[in-house]
Every structure is written in structure tokens, then in C-alpha cells.
Design a protein around this ligand. Structure first.
Ligand code: C2O
Ligand code: CU
Ligand code: CU
Length: 536
């Protein structure tokens, strides 16, 4: 396996350029982008039967390739973090050391775990501190992820790199004939988009418009590299796609229009592979796909960023803001064989909405906030003129000059930002996030139906901590495709309505809440988030 990896690395450099020249008939040019970085696989170490991972978050300087370079945040890396591999049923402990000069958190997105271990806004890690949550892995095999969740600062910390993938494995998945050689035919793709200035330095500069739409970039950054390439050596690739963008909804497709199979969504495998030619993933969502590789010219995985608001960029019926080049796939001239996709994957229990004891409604809105409280908070943000001009990982110019801490104090407990620039309010049920307010109280051992209603002109990816839910219907229509599997994030279209079935099985904690929120990070940071506790 070592020699294969070495061959792969060498192959990328030696083989790619001539193949590319043949490939692009319209614009022949040598490969210019970087090779796809494969995040190192972290297996942790076993201590008394517990799998222990050590993670250190730091400020770094990162090379994005293609002439882009700048300050970033990395977790044992210059950008992003390793792929944590866990097995269903085992207990893990994550030792997170914060070497940033500001507070942070680390959240395990998609995991069912005690609220105290969740890594949400309440589990703050001060500079220099170590946070050490432990929990049992109760997930099915799938792709999950970890990322910053600091109140009001999640968008910036993730933008500069504080996110990484998690693989959960189980016996059911291991028994299926699926590609699973990490970095060879089983590839994590942490897909993001970024803006760079004229010097090639990443920029996170919020203004009223980019808070409203969420911060959308113009260049794809995949595993920390700008539009990279990958040399494929097997007849079938398993790509594990994570939309880790701050705000962009991606519609994935291949440049030659080839079809592919979707085998998994957020919480694990689907019942059977789904043959498609496009795949929509909103921020926070994941999918696993199988792509058949044939010897021949390179082709690209592309992502269209959907126009964020109704009426924007819709001329001629187009709903696309821009197209990103996610990954150029360069087939080797001789490919190793691979088994065809299995016909059946797993069986999922039929959702039983009749068992739900309670219905809750969540109304997502964005609009002008004119209340007195709103005005007060707006004043507050105006006293921090740099608030909407951050450019580095530490905010304002600190990232560029490498000195000192954040320009403004991290938002203290109970002060959700609530009101964005120009008084725009991002609310759920008319309320902006308040860390001192519990919005919903759920009884352990019960099933509930949550109805999420979008009363705004933008789609919002609604994410719920602690549980994998099932989608009951969208505007009254039963779910299909990836919607029929286990989910933790669901895109609710403008003026749309989605009903979810959630099952709260264990982990009582009347003090510490879980979050539900829009996974457009600028909306979340501006207050489109609420909290629930699970009680006995
Ligand atoms: Cu991916 Cu509340 O987070
Ligand atoms: Cu989450
Ligand atoms: Cu939103």
C-alpha cells in the first residue's frame, strides 16, 4: 500500500500534464492547479478501550495553490484538519487544545451525543485551554464533520479553515462491495468557496449584502487547495462530498454530463444507489457518490452555486450564480478493476409519524428589525466599525499582521448578535438567538414532528443537533432520493415547508441545550439559531 501511495504521488506529477494537453480541446493548457490534498487519516490511540484523538487548533499560514497563500486556522494542519476515523459502538475521547489567541469551540456535526460533549456555543475553549469531551459513537457508517461553533464567530473561524471530516465505519457498511481504500478510491472532498484579494490572500469581509445572502466566494477550495486535480487509478471512485461552504448551495455535476450513483446522505447509506446526473448539497449536507472511471481524457467535478435569492441572476431562466471547478479527475491509462455498485445497500426503518407525541413549528424569517432591542444592538455593532470589515482569521487586520487578539471581544453568553447590518433580523419564530434562553423543551423517549416553514425569499439549510431525522414531506410531497435517508440538515426552499420526524432517545440534560439553526454561517452568526434541551 505504501508503494501504491508513492506511485500515486509520483504519478500525479509525471502523468497529469501530458494527459491534460490531450484533454481540453478548446483550450489546451498544462495542468496548473495543485494536486488534491488528502487529509491525513487519524485513527487516534486506544487507551483502556477508548479511542483518543489529540487535536490542536492553531493559527497558520496556508498555501492554497495557484498563487494563493495567507493566514488560516488549522487543526494539526495548515488548513482544515485530519480525517478522524471512528467505529460505531466504540467510545471516543477528543482532546482539543486551543492554541489560537482567541476563544473557539469544536462541534461534532451529525453526532448523537450528550449536550455537554456537543461542542456548540456553550462549550467554549479559552486560548491555551484543553477541552476533552467523550462519547459513544452511535452513528451509522457515514461522513460527518467537525467545525468551529463559536457564538457569532462561526463563519469567520470556519472560513479560515476550522473544519475537518469524520468517517464512521460499521459492520453493515464493511460487508458491502464498496471502494474503501482511503486516498486511493475513497476520497473525502471538503468543498468550500473562497474570495482572494489581488495578492492571493483570502478575504472575509462582510457587508450588508454578504450577510444577507451569506458569504459566497468565487474560487473552489477543496481540502484546502484551489480547484485541485486527482489522478484516478481504479475503475470506480467513491467521493465523500461535504458542503463546508459558508453559504453556497452547490449543484454538483460532471463536466461531461456523466451519470453517477449516490449511495449515502448526511447520516449514512441510502437503501439503494440512486443514479443521477446532478446532486444538490446545501451547507452542512453530505453525500457519498460512486463515479465510474474510464481510460480517457480528464473530466471535472463541477459545482454550480445557486443564485442565493429569488429573482437574482434569473435572466433567461438561469438559477446559477457561478460555476466552480471543484476537482479535475485525471484517469490513469490503465485502471485497476472495481466491483459494480451493489443493488441494495441497507434497509432503513419506515418513518412512523403516527408515533409522534408533539408537533412544533419553526418559522424562518429575515427582515428589517425595528424593535427597540434591535436598535440597541445595532448601535452596538456600529461602535465596532471593523465588525463588517474582517479580513483575517483573527478579524480586522490582525490576521494579516500577525499580532494580538481579536479586534472586538468575542460575543459573551446571552448576546446573540440578533440584528445584522442595516437592522436586518434573522429569526426563528420571531426570535434571534439568545444563549440564555431555552426555546424548546423536549421529553426524552419521545418522537416529534417538526415543521419548518420558510417565510423568506432565500433557501435556508435547517440543521438540528443531537439527532438524525427523517423527512416526512416537502410541501406535502413525500421525500425521494437523498431526502429519504437519515438527515441532520435539510434545505428549506423560499416560502417552502418541510416536515421532519425526530426521535429523542436518550441523553437528558435540563441545563445544557442543543442547537437548531440555519447552516448559512452568516445567518447563524446573525441570530438564526435556537436552543432545545432534552429532559426526563
Ligand atoms: Cu454544522 Cu450547529 O452545526
Ligand atoms: Cu451540528
Ligand atoms: Cu439562512
Amino acid at each position: 500500500m505504501v508503494s501504491r501511495r508513492r506511485l500515486l504521488a509520483g504519478g500525479a506529477a509525471l502523468v497529469a500534464a501530458p494527459l491534460i494537453l490531450r484533454a481540453d480541446r478548446t483550450a489546451p493548457r498544462p495542468i496548473s492547479g495543485p494536486a488534491l490534498p488528502i487529509p491525513p487519516l487519524a485513527e487516534g490511540r486506544l487507551v483502556d478501550g477508548v479511542r483518543v484523538f489529540d487535536l490542536t487548533v492553531r493559527r497558520t499560514i496556508h498555501e492554497f495553490g495557484a498563487g494563493r497563500r495567507g493566514p488560516a486556522i488549522g487543526i494539526d494542519a495548515t488548513y482544515g484538519g485530519p480525517t478522524l476515523r471512528m467505529r460505531a459502538g466504540e467510545t471516543v475521547r477528543l482532546r482539543v487544545t486551543n492554541r489560537l489567541d482567541e476563544t473557539t469551540t469544536l462541534h461534532w456535526h451529525g453526532f448523537h451525543l450528550p449536550a455537554a460533549a456537543d461542542g456548540g456555543p456553550h462549550q467554549r475553549i479559552a486560548p491555551g485551554a484543553v477541552w476533552e469531551p467523550s462519547f459513544r459513537v452511535l452513528q451509522k457508517a457515514g461522513l460527518f464533520w467537525y467545525h468551529s461553533h463559536l457564538m457569532g464567530e462561526t463563519g469567520r473561524q470556519i472560513y479560515f479553515g476550522q473544519a475537518g471530516p469524520i468517517y464512521v465505519e460499521d459492520e453493515e457498511e464493511a460487508a458491502l462491495p464498496l471502494p474503501r481504500e482511503y486516498g486511493v478510491d475513497d476520497i473525502p472532498l471538503v468543498v468550500q468557496d473562497r474570495r482572494f484579494d489581488a495578492d492571493g490572500v483570502p478575504v472575509y469581509a462582510l457587508d450588508p449584502m454578504s450577510v444577507a445572502t451569506g458569504y459566497i466566494g468565487d474560487v473552489a477550495v477543496v481540502n484546502g487547495a484551489v480547484s485541485p486535480h486527482f489522478v484516478a487509478r481504479r475503475r470506480r471512485l467513491r467521493l465523500r462530498l461535504l458542503n463546508a461552504a459558508n453559504a453556497s448551495v452547490y449543484r454538483f455535476r460532471f463536466s461531461d454530463g456523466r451519470r453517477f450513483h449516490v449511495i449515502a446522505g448526511d447520516g449514512g447509506l441510502l437503501e439503494r444507489p440512486l443514479s443521477v446526473d446532478t446532486l444538490l448539497l446545501a451547507p452542512g449536507e453530505r453525500a457519498q457518490i460512486l463515479v465510474e472511471i474510464r481510460p480517457g481524457p480528464p473530466f471535472r467535478l463541477e459545482a454550480d452555486i445557486l443564485a442565493p435569492m429569488m429573482g437574482m441572476h434569473r435572466r433567461g431562466g438561469r438559477d446559477v450564480l457561478r460555476r466552480l471547478h471543484v476537482l479535475r479527475i485525471v484517469p490513469e491509462s490503465v485502471l485497476d478493476p472495481a466491483p459494480p455498485p451493489p443493488v441494495r445497500l441497507v434497509s432503513l426503518p419506515r418513518p412512523r409519524p403516527e408515533r409522534a407525541v408533539r408537533m412544533r413549528r419553526f418559522v424562518l424569517s429575515m427582515g428589517m428589525g425595528m424593535g427597540m432591542g434591535g436598535m440597541g444592538r445595532r448601535e452596538r455593532s456600529m461602535h465596532h466599525p471593523d465588525r463588517y470589515g474582517d479580513t483575517g482569521p483573527m478579524g480586522a487586520d490582525h490576521g494579516r499582521h500577525g499580532r494580538g487578539g481579536p479586534m472586538y471581544p468575542p460575543y459573551a453568553s446571552g448576546t446573540g448578535r440578533g440584528v445584522g447590518p442595516m437592522g436586518m433580523r434573522f429569526t426563528i419564530n420571531g426570535k434571534s438567538m439568545d444563549m440564555d434562553r431555552i426555546d424548546e423543551v423536549v421529553r426524552v423517549g419521545t418522537d416529534e414532528i417538526w415543521e419548518v416553514i420558510n417565510r423568506s425569499p432565500m433557501p435556508h439549510p435547517f440543521h438540528v443537533h443531537d439527532v438524525q431525522f427523517r423527512i416526512l414531506d416537502r410541501d406535502g410531497r413525500p421525500p425521494d432520493g437523498i431526502d429519504s435517508g437519515l438527515k441532520d440538515t435539510v434545505l428549506v426552499p423560499p416560502m417552502g415547508r418541510v416536515r421532519l420526524l425526530l426521535s429523542f432517545r436518550d441523553y437528558v440534560d435540563p441545563e445544557r441545550p442543543y442547537m437548531y439553526h440555519c447552516h448559512i454561517l452568516e445567518h447563524e452568526d446573525a441570530g438564526m439559531m435556537g436552543q432545545f434541551v432534552v429532559v426526563a
